[in-house]
Write a protein of this length. Structure first.
Lengths: 451, 363
């Protein structure tokens, strides 16, 4: 059994309501934190080594310490609950079943950052969760955890839930800020970063739901204790939302010390692949991160066992590794077609591009059209190189990371599954009737003896 | 703070600029071809820039204090210089490669209907493609089209030509009291539009024509009247009743006939001062204007090839910073009979006609 922090009380019925949550130790962290100096809370979070759980994995404590604190200008904490990455649904679980843990994390973080008006920007499709959160906020307010002069500390805090309208791009922090301000959700040019000029040009911190919830155990157990869980720079626990060809898809909390193989095959977690099928490929961190074949997923290119944490998953860079990302673990078995899979991702990014900067606006649609041709047996061999060239010209040349997110899956699919693309092009009729199958993608990779 | 000077090096040419200057503006102070092209940035419009990605440059040294290079190519129009910064534009293979990619992306869905486009000859995209594009496209799909929209009696909107620079949106936002138009939809089907087919009517809305880098917004009163390179640019002014307009314009004439009125543009293709609709659309008689004389055209563009009186070539620095002569896809003078350097268009009376060039040829 791994350590559980966020989902520790998951089995308790009614944990989403205030009374039950409070009875099981809820709002202890808030009590403790409100007696601390805000700077000490930031220090604890720094010590904990907590990394942003939204995808980029930026150290949260460091992000908090960047927040500008000019005299007389209000600061804001904004929670990014616009969880729209295909394959990621961990924040939804947290907000739906543990709203008070989340509100408590928000309260502690707001106190640490000095935000009197804190916003939750929630994905529009999560309509029913808005009600859950608003109920939880009302309960917290009735019990004196929100509002004016909380616990007599003189600290005021209001939390507002703001619903998005269904755009993936509004999960990018500056687009989220624009949307929150009531404008079109186009990412802003950086600098200035939100820590200097964010919502209404005031200093702002934007954090993921899981990141803010993780502040609660950090305060309860202390930053140093929290940092002892996990390995290296991957401290604490991480929620993973697992889907695809697995016996037990769902949301799991791991402590980042177990191997990928154990995670997929053990009964405690995903429970293996249905019908005894073999593993073909996996996207370990949500649709934007590179897809890797089975042989590179279970072992790194150096022949080491791959562990479910930030460092190990990205071992080998994009050449032979991937990323932890937002924790959307998607598993593909031997019956899945990588070309079709890449096509549907390309379609998604084409649809979700905001259209502000040229490489992403034009390039994503172009990639989708080419992939559609290849998938439906109308492709040419030269199309594969063309795809590679398009993704190369999008990556790194756009305003926001959506361009990179659109380019990486295509790049990784071509890098690792080129033969499958070629097979599609060379066998236009056969590819419409059957899949390429597992081929050699699970074969052990020859590891050169290291010096 | 304001009189602090920063040293910045663009393509091995060092210049001192005030703190807060962007890389693009620093490069413009040097001038010539080390200046990155800009399709969306417009110095007169606040918040513009950063979108088209044609002005990407490589920052090979961040500053004197922090000499690390920047990991990605930077949009020079939105990146301010630091003291000791070193920037590579035409000396960087990476930049030229990325820029070629951006031009390809911009032309992907562009109809390339230059032969029937009123903007041809003074089109930023045309200039950009001559300089940085490839001779053919790798795009094999149907180009994007839009439903035609009528936005009033003065301005014609061709959404298919639009490259989404947002300049017109900023113009409408910043020059007019109420928002006239904006962007509808998202991604590759985003379009500029007035809500529900409203027409654009405001004293200064005509300026969207001048700021448009392509032929998406053109002058309806000049529509299909003439090719711009057959008209002569003349500086002129009048006493304009509008307090915000100073009446200083450029007339595009043929003989004694005024074909078109635009604002005066500087060497970067930006208007010097915005003009009102009355000057632009209503005053098309020579008697309405006090003509000052032929305009100086000093930007590197297709129209600058037209050899008017006072045409100034922009400095060419590429051989100095790269050490070799650039390769052109085509030299217009080799293929065109009507654009001969020895024929001065300003001196031809009346409309320029191919006969003028032929007779000169014989003579």
């Amino acid at each position: 059994m791994g350590v559980k922090l966020l989902l520790e009380n998951d089995h308790i019925e009614g944990i989403r309501y205030y009374d039950t949550y409070r009875k099981h130790g809820g709002y202890r962290a808030a009590e403790k934190a409100l007696k601390m100096a805000p700077a000490d809370i930031v220090e604890e979070v720094k010590k904990s080594g907590l990394r942003g759980r939204g995808g980029a994995g930026f150290p949260t404590g460091m992000k908090w310490s960047f927040l500008a604190k000019p005299e007389g200008v209000p600061r804001h904490l904004v929670c990014n609950a616009d969880e729209s990455e295909p394959g990621t649904f961990k924040d939804r679980y947290l907000m739906e079943f543990h709203p008070h843990l989340f509100i408590e994390g928000l309260l502690v973080s707001s106190f640490a950052l000095g935000s009197n008006h804190t916003y939750i920007y929630i994905r529009g499709e999560y309509a029913w969760i808005v009600d859950i959160l608003e109920q939880a906020i009302a309960e917290a307010k009735n019990n004196g955890w929100l509002g004016k002069n909380i616990l007599g500390t003189g600290f005021d805090c209001e939390i507002y839930v703001h619903r998005g309208a269904g755009a993936y791009i509004c999960g990018e922090e500056t687009a989220l800020i624009e949307s929150l301000e009531g404008k079109r959700g186009n990412p802003r040019m950086k600098p200035p970063f939100p820590a200097i000029q964010g919502v209404w040009m005031r200093p702002t911190v934007v954090n993921n739901v899981e990141t803010l919830a993780a502040v609660v155990p950090i305060i309860n157990m202390g930053g140093e204790e929290y940092a002892k869980i996990g390995v290296g720079k991957s401290t604490g626990t991480k929620l993973l939302s697992v889907c695809g060809n697995l016996n037990k898809p769902g949301v799991y909390e791991i402590d980042m010390t177990i191997s990928v193989e154990e995670f997929i095959y053990s009964d405690e977690y995903c429970g293996g692949i249905p019908k005894g099928k073999r593993l073909k490929a996996c996207i370990p961190g949500g649709s934007s991160v590179p897809i890797i074949p089975a042989n590179l997923l279970l072992k790194t290119a150096k022949g080491e066992t791959r562990i479910m944490n930030y460092e190990s998953l990205s071992d080998g860079g994009f050449v032979s590794g991937s990323m932890m990302g937002s924790g959307g673990f998607i598993v593909l078995d031997e019956d899945q077609c990588v070309v079709r899979h890449t096509m549907s991702l390309a379609r998604f990014y084409n649809h979700e591009s905001c259209g502000q900067c040229s490489p992403c606006r034009e390039g994503t649609g172009w990639m989708y059209k080419i992939l559609k041709n290849i998938e439906y047996g109308k492709g040419k061999i030269s199309d594969i190189d063309l795809l590679w060239d398009i993704q190369r010209k999008i990556e790194g040349n756009t305003i926001c990371p959506l361009g990179d997110a659109a380019a990486w899956p295509v790049a990784a699919a071509i890098r690792h599954f080129r033969d499958e693309f070629e097979w599609h092009v060379l066998n236009p009729d056969e590819s419409q009737k059957r899949n390429y199958g597992l081929a050699h993608y699970a074969d052990p990779i020859h590891v050169p003896a290291s010096a | 703070m304001s009189d602090q000077k920063f040293k910045v090096t663009v393509d091995n040419i060092t210049i001192e600029v005030p703190a807060g200057t962007t890389i693009l503006n620093a490069a413009r102070m040097i001038g010539g071809d080390v200046t990155p092209p800009a399709m969306c940035y417009y110095s007169k419009l606040k918040d513009s820039g950063g979108k088209c990605r044609t002005c990407l440059v490589e920052v090979s040294k961040g500053s004197e204090k922090d000499p690390r290079p920047m990991p990605k190519l930077m949009a020079s129009c939105r990146t301010t210089v630091m003291d000791g910064m070193e920037v590579k534009n035409i000396t960087s293979e990476k930049v030229l490669d990325a820029r070629k990619g951006v031009v390809e992306f911009l032309l992907l869905n562009h109809p390339l209907d230059c032969p029937v486009c009123d903007q041809a000859g003074e089109c930023d995209l045309q200039n950009l493609s001559y300089e940085h594009g490839s001779e053919s496209t790798r795009y094999e799909f149907k180009r994007r089209t839009f439903e035609k929209e009528d936005i009033g009696p003065y301005i014609s909107l061709h959404m298919t030509r639009c490259i989404m620079c947002f300049r017109c949106v900023y113009t409408a936002d910043q020059l007019t009291e109420r928002r006239e138009h904006g962007i509808l939809e998202r991604g590759d089907h985003a379009q500029i539009s007035t809500m529900l087919n409203k027409s654009l009517d405001h004293d200064f809305i005509g300026n969207v024509i001048d700021v448009c880098p392509v032929g998406a917004l053109t002058d309806k009163t000049f529509r299909f009247k003439n090719r711009v390179w057959f008209t002569k640019p003349m500086d002129a002014h009048r006493d304009c009743g509008n307090p915000k307009c100073n009446g200083k314009v450029r007339l595009w004439m043929r003989g004694e006939e005024v074909f078109r009125v635009t604002a005066r543009k500087d060497q970067w293709g930006e208007v010097e001062e915005f003009i009102c609709n009355e000057c632009r659309f209503e005053k098309k008689e020579t008697k309405d204007w006090v003509i000052e004389g032929p305009s100086v055209i000093n930007r590197s563009s297709v129209i600058a090839q037209g050899h008017y009186v006072g045409t100034k070539a922009s400095p060419v620095l590429i051989d100095k910073v790269v050490g070799q002569q650039p390769k052109y896809l085509m030299n217009i003078h080799d293929v065109s009979d009507v654009n001969r350097p020895d024929v001065d268009l300003s001196k031809i009376e009346g409309p320029a006609h191919s006969d003028d060039f032929k007779s000169l040829n014989k003579g």
